[in-house]
Design a protein around this ligand. Structure first.
Ligand code: VG1
Ligand code: CO
Length: 537
């Protein structure tokens, strides 16, 4: 029944910021996915007889690869596979299942916020026994294996029916099909004050949640409507293989339908959205868009309003390009703040060691020590918990936060699908000029960000060019590690403003001077041929 299939290495199976992401057409090459999955297993030790969690965001090709992963897990000697019904699991729900079942690890099928469908993207990532994305030590080992692979192990069997909840025996393993939502929803009920949130909805508070045709629809329906009793909350709530044509990236550009609704003066009180695999979140209130960096800071400052965090937080961690707003909160609370490279895998050790409780990224990712992934629905519930306790509007909460801490104006400009060689040249030119920037236009320091993990001392370099001004303003340049076509240049711009009289300036206007400097310092137009960014968040 077991088969050893001969294969040859594929180029470029290097995991990026969050797993291996490629066009669906690349994954459709015979043996492509199998090679990567076998390379994952070949990089791990000691999983014989243990449990593997498998699930994905439901995008095109999910159901096909789920079957491949189950067969290969069986052939490679796992003892049990836990799979979400229909092959579905949000990324945070998968992280929770790994932890709850003390699984050896998990395989998550997702290209997250990237578009889906036959012409879209697909992805595979491995999460370790702490429920978090594999650290670089493992992803490097996986990549090394993909370069020498010559065979993979699978099972000669028909597709397994994973549409019915229950256990199936397959060769030497048990395949346990679970409801993708139940365990996750139960976890959320242990963290937040569901009674208070339910009362908020009873008082007439109106909310809209955009599932963007991706994985979070069923989670949102169960939690916000069935459990919390809110009415007519969820839009685009059915996960579809092509996300209904949506680009499931919860930002002002791709969640426009929701934003237009909430950002009007007669709209609902609160709006939220999540991405393809359910780990990102967008938070908006009537007339008030909350930047992810501000959201992290506000969550850190108010976390004690939620039962699970009532005793206070141990520390805050943010990715380097995320604004420094959260650091100000940590300082006031008297807890440490950490600055890590981009990607949730860098938070894992801090969370495991109890050094940080709340983590976040400017890219619409927020989470805590309840799982080891960022978590979209968690962030929405945290906001609901804060709103239920404070009984103030989102706008009031944000503005009083700025009043107390000052405002970190923040924007990110993305230049997508730029020519890869030109993008690399741009970055290399910046790298070469670093020392020359210092002292000009008020720039205090210039470096290429590197990070020494305080827990395991592992070292990561080349994580983004960082220009820091005397007044704390920052310009950061880095190339995306999740795109699948050409290169994406990300430019992050931040300016601190203590003066409350200046807090209501429109963000792009407030940052106009720095944006101009960012463009000219990197000669973006000359180097990319682009006069303007593709996406501004
Ligand atoms: C982007 C974000 C990063 C995030 C990563 C995965 O990476 O910037 O903050 O952790 O996506 O998120 P990059 O390398 O393209 O900048 V998800 O929701 O796409 O798994
Ligand atoms: Co995601």
């Amino acid at each position: 029944m077991f088969e050893l299939v001969p294969t040859k290495p594929f180029d470029g199976q290097k995991p990026g910021t969050s797993g291996l992401r490629k066009k669906v057409t690349v994954f459709q090459q015979p043996h492509y996915a199998e090679n990567f999955i076998q390379s994952i297993f070949d990089s791990l030790e000691g999983f014989a007889g243990k449990t593997l969690v498998i699930g994905g965001d439901g995008r095109y090709y999910n159901s096909h690869i789920v079957q491949i992963a189950i067969r290969m897990a069986a052939a490679n000697g796992f003892g049990r596979v836990i799979v979400g019904q229909g092959g579905l699991l949000s990324t945070p729900a998968a992280s929770h299942l790994i932890r709850k079942n003390a699984a050896f690890g998990g395989i998550i099928l997702s290209a997250s916020h990237n578009p889906g469908g036959p012409d879209g993207d697909f992805g595979i990532k491995y999460n370790a026994s702490n429920g978090g994305p594999a650290p670089e030590k493992i992803t490097d080992a996986i990549f090394a294996k993909t370069k020498t692979i010559s065979t993979y192990k699978t099972l000669d069997t028909q597709d397994i029916d994973i549409n019915k909840i229950g256990e199936i025996e397959l060769a030497n393993i048990i395949v346990e099909v679970v409801d993708p939502v139940s365990d996750y929803a139960a976890l959320m009920q242990t963290l937040f004050d569901f009674d208070a949130i339910g009362d908020l909805f009873k008082s007439g508070f109106k909310m809209k949640f955009d599932g963007m045709g991706a994985i979070t629809g069923p989670y949102a329906n169960r939690i916000f409507e069935d459990i919390l009793g809110a009415k007519n909350v969820v839009m685009n709530g059915v996960p579809l293989p092509d996300f209904g044509g949506h680009h499931p990236d919860p930002n002002l550009v791709h969640a426009k339908e929701l934003c237009d609704l909430i950002l009007s003066s007669s709209g609902p009180d609160f709006g939220a959205a999540s991405d393809g695999d359910g780990d990102r979140n967008l938070i908006i209130g009537r007339n008030m868009y909350v930047t992810p960096s501000d959201s992290l800071a506000i969550i850190a400052a108010n976390a004690q309003l939620a039962p699970a965090y009532a005793a206070g937080i141990a520390g805050v961690a943010r990715s380097m390009p995320t604004s420094c707003a959260a650091d100000l909160v940590a300082k006031k609370l008297g807890v440490p703040s950490f600055e890590t490279p981009t990607g949730w895998k860098f938070f894992g050790n801090l969370l495991d060691a109890g050094m940080a409780t709340v983590c976040g990224e400017e890219s619409f990712g927020t989470g805590s020590n309840h799982v080891r992934e960022k978590d979209g629905v968690w962030a929405v519930l945290m906001w609901l918990n804060i709103l239920a306790k404070r009984r103030e509007s989102v706008e009031k909460i944000v503005k009083s936060h700025w009043l107390e801490y000052g405002r970190n104006f923040y924007t990110r400009h993305d230049y997508e699908e730029v020519d890869l060689a030109r993008a690399n040249d741009l970055m290399n030119n910046l790298r070469k000029s670093l020392s020359g920037f210092v002292g000009k236009n008020g720039i205090k320091t210039a470096d290429d960000f590197s990070y020494r993990d305080p827990v395991d001392r592992s070292f990561t370099e080349g994580q983004g060019i960082r220009l820091v001004y005397e007044n704390g303003s920052r310009i950061i340049y880095r190339l995306s590690g999740t795109g699948t076509a050409g290169a994406t240049l990300r430019v992050y711009i931040e300016k601190y403003e203590a003066d409350v009289a200046k807090h209501n300036i429109e963000t792009q206007a407030a940052l106009a001077d720095l944006i101009g400097q960012a463009n000219s310092i990197a000669a973006i137009q000359a180097n990319t041929g682009r006069a303007a960014p593709t996406v501004i968040t």
